[in-house]
Structures are given as C-alpha cells and as structure tokens.
Design a protein around this ligand. Structure first.
Ligand SMILES: [Zn+2]
Ligand SMILES: [Zn+2]
Length: 231
C-alpha cells in the first residue's frame, strides 16, 4: 500500500473499470486525493494573460502594466502552474527550507507537461541562486524540481548577489534589487539566436525573472519565455 508523500496517509487505489480493462500497469499514486486538492491550479480563464496571476477576469494586471512601461520592447508571457496559496507556501517551506526534496515528486508530472507545451523552446535555464544561498541550503531548488521532473536544462546563468535572502525582503526591497545575473563567460554565446525558457520556483514581483530575461536577451537570445511553479 502506498503512502501519501505529504501526509503519510495510506492511499486507497482508485482504479476505474476502464483502466482495469486496458491491463496497463498504472503509475503508483504518490499523493492522496485530499492533498492533491490543496494545490490551486491556475485556470486560463481566471488569470492575467501575461503573468498568470490568479484573478476573476482576463485583464492585464497592474504589475504587468508597470513592467510593460519598464520593458516596452519585451512582451512578458509568463506561464505558472499553481497560485501561491497557503498550501503552496507550506509546500515551499517543506521543500526549500527544510530540504525535504521528495515532495517535488508531487508536482513533477504537471511541471514536465507544462514545459512540454512550449514546443519552440531550444534551451531551458533555471534561475540560479547566490553562492550564499547555496552554502546555506546545499541545493538549487529549481534545478531539483527540473531533475525530478526529468526536464533537461543548462546552467548558463550565474547569480552574483551577496544580499540577504529574498524571503526576508518586503515587496519594495524585492523590486529594488540590482541585476544579479550574468552569463558564464565560457557560455557567452550559448543563447545567441536561441529560443530560451527561464524557470523559477515562485514568481512574486516578477523582478527576479525579468532580470534573467534581460540578461539572456542581452546575450542575443531570439525569444525568451518564462515559467514558474507558483504565481
Ligand atoms: Zn495526503
Ligand atoms: Zn500580470
């Protein structure tokens, strides 16, 4: 009997007659129904079309209007899987800060499917964390997510930030950070003419991801799309 990765409750296999008739071996369930329902998948009809922020309509949100002014030549087209609700925050806490990386399996399949929907992408780049965060945490959470989702990626960017952790920053401080990213010198030409997808764990203000976009565009990328697990 499988146990739910999140709550450790035993999972009662929920197998339909039609599934049984196909005689295919089913993937073992790793998350119980109750826990699955705690995630809040973003619906296309109820979010900002540019950044996938959850809302009641499909109008471009205030955040995106500000970014359009700041980056008039870049059209933000951000994809996100789940809204960052209370459970999302708890999930990130357990995954990223207590280091229980097994829980990444709960979102792996959905993440891999979402990335595969972007068919024109040549290179996938995870947002890098600073050396300081790496020393503290011991892993880059976005790289772990991609590894567990079996999505190939290249670590072209580096993060030179020496500032305090993003989590402890308020909104204004987050918006005021300076460009932390640069392309590794030995990989300088690796994005030239390519369609790039940048992946992050959480899109909060958009500041981080847009710096990464800026960096990759200045490296000659043809097109840049972005995606995060939470928005
Ligand atoms: Zn559960
Ligand atoms: Zn938006």
């Amino acid at each position: 009997m499988n146990k739910c990765i999140w709550c450790n409750k035993e999972i009662i296999a929920n197998c339909s007659v039609s599934q049984l008739l196909t005689f295919k071996k089913l993937d073992p369930q790793i998350i119980c129904e109750d826990c699955e329902l705690k995630f809040d998948p973003i619906e296309m009809t109820k979010c900002c079309p540019n950044c996938h922020r959850k809302q009641m309509d499909q109008l471009i949100c205030q955040d995106c209007l500000k970014w359009q002014k700041k980056y008039p030549s870049y059209f933000l087209k951000h994809d996100a899987l789940y809204s960052y609700n209370e459970f999302g925050k708890k999930w990130m806490e357990r995954f990223k800060f207590t280091g229980d990386v097994r829980v990444a399996k709960m979102v792996a399949e959905r993440l891999s499917k979402a990335i595969k929907r972007h068919k024109e992408v040549d290179i996938i780049i995870p947002i890098p964390i600073s050396n300081k965060s790496f020393e503290n945490r011991g892993f880059n959470q976005t790289e772990i997510l991609l590894n567990i989702a079996e999505v190939p990626f290249v670590t072209i960017l580096e993060n030179r930030s020496t500032e305090k952790n993003q989590v402890t920053k308020n909104r204004r401080e987050r918006l005021n950070i300076v460009q932390p990213f640069f392309i590794k010198s030995e990989l300088k030409d690796s994005v030239r003419g390519k369609n790039v997808m940048i992946i992050d764990d959480v899109y909060t203000t958009g500041r981080t991801i847009l710096y990464a976009v800026e960096c990759v565009l200045s490296g000659g990328a043809r097109k840049v799309e972005t995606l995060s697990l939470f928005r």
